[in-house]
Structure formats: C-alpha cells, structure tokens
Design a protein around this ligand. Structure first.
Ligand code: PMP
Ligand code: GLU
Length: 406
C-alpha cells in the first residue's frame, strides 16, 4: 500500500499481542481457549492502589501533568531506586511514561541515528527488534544457549560490538527465558563495556521482583557504578504490581538522555494518565506486602508448570529463576504429523496446532528470535495451568512421527 512507510514495512506486529488477539477472537466464537500467551498477572491490582486512583479522580487530578510525570511520582521513583537498587537519582533524572514499552521507545528514538546498532541477547522480548527498527536502528542479536542457562557470554557480546553500536539492551529476569543475570554475569558484561566507552546500557528491570529461590536481583548501574553515566534503568508497575492496564513505566538515567526522552514524549503521548500516576505513587510508597504475595504464588505456579511440561514426551524446559514464563523446547515435535495429516514444520505451526487442538494460546519461540521453542506465561490460575498442560499433553500424544523417523 502506497501510504505505508518503508520503515514500517520492516516492523512486525507484536506476536504476543497477535496470539492473544486470536485467542480472544476464537473465544468470542464460542471456543474454549486458555490464554497463556500474554505476560500479564491474573491478580487484581491491590485495593489500596485502586483506592488511590479513585481518590485522585475525586480530588480533580484529571488534567494534563508535567511530561516527565507528577513530582510526587518522580520522588517516589527516586526513593524506590534508592531503597531497592542503591541507585541515587535526582527527580530531574526520572521520567515516567505509558509503560516501560514507551520508555524503551523514547530512549531509542531520542538516541539512534539511522543505521545505529543495538545489541541484545536472544531469545529476547518480541518488541526489542521492532522498537529498534521503528527508531531507525539496526537490531543485532547475540544468541544465547540453553546450556548456558540463556545467559549472554561476554565473548559473544564483544564479538557483536561494532563502531556503529550505540546500546546494549539487557533484560533480567528475562522475557521469555526467565534467565536471571547474577552479579558475576553482570560484572562480565560490564568488563566488556569498559572497552567500548561509546556503548550505553539499557537495563530493562521490569521483572525485578519476580525472582525465585536463591536468585538475587542485580542491575547494571548498581553492579558497575562507573557505567552509571551511560546506563538507563527502566522499570514499571505492570508486572510486579499487577497494573498492566494502568500503563505506568519509569526510568532513571543521565540528565541529558532523560531530557531528550521527555522531548520525544512531549511531542507524542505527553504523559501517561494523571490517574494512573497517582495510583503509581501509592504502588511505590504504600504497603508493599503484595509483592511477596504475588511472587510466592508465581513460584508455586512455576514449579507446577515445569513439572507438568516435562512429563509431556517431546517437550522439555529447565526451571527458570525469574519472570513468569517457561520457555519450552519443542524441537522433537517438529516434523510430526497432526491427525489432519498436516506436518508441523515450525514452532509457529506447533503453536497454531495447540490453539486449535488443545485450546491453549502460547507464543512461538520464533517471535522471540529463537526457533524450536514455545513460551507459556504462567501468570494464570493453577486450574488453568493444570488444564492447559493436560490439554497440551493430549494434543501432543495425537501427533505421529513421520515415517522413517526414529
Ligand atoms: N520489557 C519487557 C521485557 C517486557 O516483557 C514488557 C512486557 N510488557 C515490557 C518491557 C513492557 O511492559 P509495560 O509496557 O507494560 O510496562
Ligand atoms: N510483555 C508481555 C509479553 O511478552 C505483554 C505483552 C507485550 O507487551 O508484548 O507477553
């Protein structure tokens, strides 16, 4: 179509959104579907946070706000970074946007020139390469491997950096693998970056509080304070506070970058909702008991799903240390035939088969730049997770091996 830009034609729609939309469409047609395709806590937003929003409406906080966010929220973010991450920012070094997603977009639009490269480990969140392309940049994937626990190796990072590299985007705990970078892992990454003073780091900490067992959360600016002058730390309320729909993300970083991000935002969305901002103040300053409550529930669900998935012949996954996803290897399934006689050639074929046959929506690994996997979000009720795994197991058992295959 003539109207579309060349830049947009290279950008793919979000696969997490596409699979979730397809599930919703099938549900509307009366089909029973369990949606495990979108990373969204099933919990209600904690009541005290919702009450703060209602109070904000009644107090008339329904007007435009400062582009970077209301002062009370920026103060709350300063305090959160100090309390949880030992990071010291002034309120001017904080910006608030419509979810962490918009902050990633603002940062890249503010900093990339056409052709600048952005490095990130894969499997990666579906939106990384696409936001980079939208901002005029070139996505450079650094492959990680299951046997390294999906942790990027410093030598692989070093090999990916070129004179055009502007950013490393690092997400820990990771979507989709759940991998958590230890302090030692981050020190290894920092050591490489010290040799490339032009390269900035975007630490995407959105799953910070969803960390299990003995794993410890660390962020780059804290582990390597000497890199703080070129680190943007991004976080938000969506995942840890069950506030996906409120659209509140925040970031702290060097003043010049934050100001440029505010320019981008001031010429696009202006700011996130005034009401959501007041709710976020309560989310950060109020009672934090819900964080442990959610985390404990997710940990239990993680263990349940990992156990049930590994009982299904042909599927396998390790136990992830964070986030609320299991990234399941389905290489053995590729090449098998469905009862309708169709060969499953890709993880996308397998995901579509699970949607149709099992009534379960998952996301194919290819969406995360990792073929041969599917991702399940376990941010759903235990009943849904059990039923989904049973249905997946039954669907897989109906697949037949191609003739001649082992
Ligand atoms: N980063 C990662 C890795 C994510 O998985 C998500 C998921 N939504 C986001 C950022 C953005 O979250 P939000 O825009 O809801 O704050
Ligand atoms: N980040 C979540 C996911 O990966 C939410 C959907 C999205 O924004 O991609 O499912």
């Amino acid at each position: 179509m003539d109207i579309l830009s060349a830049k947009l034609s290279a950008v793919k729609p979000s696969q997490t959104k596409a699979m979730t939309a397809l599930a919703a469409e099938l549900k509307a047609q009366g089909k029973s579907i369990i949606t495990l395709s979108q990373g969204e806590p099933d919990f209600a937003t904690p009541e005290h946070i919702s009450q703060a929003a209602i109070a904000a409406i009644h107090a008339g906080h329904t007007k435009y706000t400062a582009v970077a966010g209301i002062p009370a929220l920026r103060e709350a973010v300063v305090e959160k970074f100090r309390r949880d991450n030992s990071l010291n920012f002034t309120p001017e070094q904080i910006t608030v946007g419509c979810g962490a997603k918009q902050l990633l977009f603002n940062a890249l639009v503010a900093s990339l020139d056409e052709g600048d490269e952005v490095v990130f480990p894969t499997p990666c969140w579906v939106s990384y390469p696409e936001i980079i392309k939208l901002a005029g940049g070139v996505p450079i994937a650094v492959e990680t491997r299951v046997d390294n626990g999906f942790i990027m190796q410093p030598s692989d990072l070093r090999a990916a950096i070129t004179p055009r590299t502007k950013w490393l985007m690092l997400n820990s705990p990771s979507n989709p693998t759940g991998a958590v970078y230890s302090r030692e892992n981050l020190e290894g990454v920092a050591a490489v970056l010290r040799d490339f003073p032009r390269v900035w780091v975007l630490a995407d900490d959105i799953y910070e509080h969803l960390i299990y067992g003995d794993a410890e959360f660390c962020t780059m600016a804290e582990v390597a304070p000497d890199l703080a002058s070129r680190t943007l730390t991004v976080n938000g309320t969506s995942k840890s506070c069950a506030m996906t729909g409120w659209r509140v993300g925040y970031a702290g970083g060097p003043l010049e970058l934050i100001k440029a991000m505010n320019t981008v935002q001031g010429q696009s969305t202006s700011h996130t909702s005034s009401i959501s901002q007041h709710a976020a103040v309560e989310a950060l300053n109020g009672d934090q008991g819900f964080i442990k409550e959610f985390r404990d529930a997710f940990e239990k669900r993680r263990d349940l799903v990992v156990e049930l998935v590994n009982e299904i012949p042909g599927l396998s996954c390790d136990t992830p240390n964070g986030a609320f996803y299991v990234f399941i290897g389905c290489q053995e399934i590729i090449g098998r035939k469905t009862p309708a006689g169709k060969t499953i050639k890709t993880d996308m074929d397998f995901a579509m088969y699970l949607m149709e046959e099992a009534g379960v929506a998952v996301v194919p690994g290819s969406g995360f730049l990792a073929d041969g996997f599917i991702r399940i979000s376990y941010a759903s009720s235990e009943d849904d997770l059990k039923n989904a795994c049973t249905a997946i197991g039954a669907a897989v058992s109906k697949l037949t091996r191609a003739q001649g295959a082992a």
